[in-house]
Design a protein around this ligand. Structure first.
Ligand code: SAM
Length: 437
């Protein structure tokens, strides 16, 4: 991962099956890899304290083996002697000169329980709560500050979010309307119907790609929060024509797959725009047999292209490129790779896409602006700035009644922020705007 700058959620499954690891062994290797990548900041502090030297001065292969070893010692039920022996063996094979050093570090770490290590390496909560939470719950401080701001400054709730972010998320399926029913699909795959989305099924385990329902296009893998925000766009009441829908950031096609299935039942047609060609091809595959036309082009070119004229659409989805801070559960290393400097170019693009969406929608039509990040700069700030710069009149539609009745924790509206610790979904943000002029 570190050598190739790779993403665990994209490469690990293939690496494990290439090594002949399946079932429980593969699950354990995955938990070890994901857990170590998430906790790396804290593991490094503990290794540095035990080794009495900065981790930057440890040979990378030995350092990575120690990270895996210390994770096993402090965060798993692997017996200490097994974790120590395996780690020393591993170091001997990747950095032979460092095996004595690794043995000493592992033994020192094993002599003290996790809580005592945390007390030693984390600043006291009373003195610096954000720094404490960062070490105890494995998130960079700038990310914790952004979460706390979006949660109204409530640090207890922020801590619950951080804990949830470190849990492996359940796999959710979307039963495609018209092709599958969620309750029947749950029976078929031995899963459970979702708590909120009428299309959601929670898988109890197993690889989704092995399921007949996925292979046959009756369902796709999709976080329940993504299903809810896509369906909310289609639940917003509008007057007049309601047949021309636009998905301005479609790749790889999760939300287009749901929108396209609903369009088939409502006699609507979907235009799906995606700037990256390989991702546009994925949208094509995800929407096979649906009334969806995929355009590999820049979504900001509304009004400059005959396929994408102004005021042509009744409903528009902007599922904007974002930092992805709302789906850290799925990408264990991304919390450490993301930087505050990522925000300015992303928020500019988000604003431009929202302005394009407001140009593309007809007066009376609706735009749903969605991110899988709760960072206020990508959510509230982008929406208010985009609306202001669009030059058209807009009203906020209260998004809460567009979600299933009885959903808790939706706040004061009109926008909605979903949360892993409140809803079991990714932290999806949703704003619905109606063009009034
Ligand atoms: C958050 S993802 C969309 C996820 C997708 N809606 C789904 O549910 O599977 C954002 C997408 O926007 C695309 N994108 C980025 N800039 C774009 C632009 N200027 N025009 C159109 N698409 C763009 C990215 O390539 C990426 O695929």
């Amino acid at each position: 991962m570190y050598r190739d700058d790779a993403y665990a959620n994209l490469v690990l499954a293939d690496i494990l099956s290439g090594m002949g690891l399946h079932g429980r062994d593969a699950a354990f290797a995955t938990e070890l890899t994901y857990g170590t990548l998430r906790a790396v900041g804290t593991l490094d502090l503990i290794i540095a304290a035990a080794a009495e030297r900065d981790v930057a001065r440890i040979d990378p292969p030995a350092r990575d083996a120690l990270r895996l070893g210390v994770y096993q010692l402090l965060y798993t039920r692997v017996p200490s002697h097994a974790a120590v022996n395996q780690t020393v063996d591993l170091v001997r094979s990747v950095a032979p000169g460092a095996s004595g050093f690794a043995n000493a570090v592992m033994r020192t770490v094993s002599e003290t329980p996790l809580e005592a290590w945390l007390e030693r390496v984390a600043p006291a909560y009373q003195e610096d709560p954000i720094a404490n939470l960062s070490v105890v719950h494995h998130h960079p401080q700038w990310v914790i500050r952004a979460f706390a701001e979006a949660l109204g400054g409530d640090l207890d709730e922020t801590a619950r979010l951080l804990i949830e972010d470190n849990q492996p998320p359940a796999v959710h399926l979307c039963a495609r309307p018209g092709r599958a029913d969620a309750v029947d699909l749950a029976d078929e795959v031995d899963g459970v119907p979702g708590a909120f989305s009428p299309y959601a099924v929670y898988l109890n385990g197993g690889a989704p790609r092995d399921l007949a329902a996925i292979r046959e296009g009756r369902a796709h893998v999709q976080d329940e929060g993504s299903q809810l925000v896509a369906a909310a766009l289609l639940a917003a009441p509008i007057e007049g024509r309601d047949t021309r829908w636009l998905d301005l950031c479609a790749g790889p096609g999760g939300k287009t797959g749901l929108i396209g299935a609903i369009a088939a039942g409502r006699g609507a047609e979907v235009t799906a725009v995606e700037v990256a060609e390989h991702r546009a091809r994925l949208v094509d595959i995800a929407t096979e047999g649906m009334p969806v036309t995929v355009l590999p082009m820049d979504g900001r070119s509304v009004g400059r292209d005959p396929d994408l004229p102004e005021e042509a659409f009744d409903r528009v989805l902007v599922d904007a490129p974002c930092t992805g801070l709302g789906s850290l559960r799925r990408r264990p290393e991304s919390r450490w790779r993301r930087q505050p400097a990522d925000l300015p170019p992303l928020t500019r693009l988000q604003r431009e896409l929202l302005v394009a969406a407001l140009r593309a929608v007809r007066p009376g039509g609706v735009v749903a602006y969605v991110t899988c990040s709760p960072h206020m700069v990508e959510t509230q700030v982008t929406v208010s700035e985009g609306a202001r710069r669009s030059g058209v009149e807009v009203d906020f539609v209260d998004a809460r009644p567009l979600l299933p009745p009885g959903m808790p924790g939706l706040g004061a509206g009109p926008t909605v922020q979903l949360w892993p610790h409140r809803h079991g979904t990714d932290a999806m943000f949703l704003a619905v705007l109606r063009r009034t002029s």
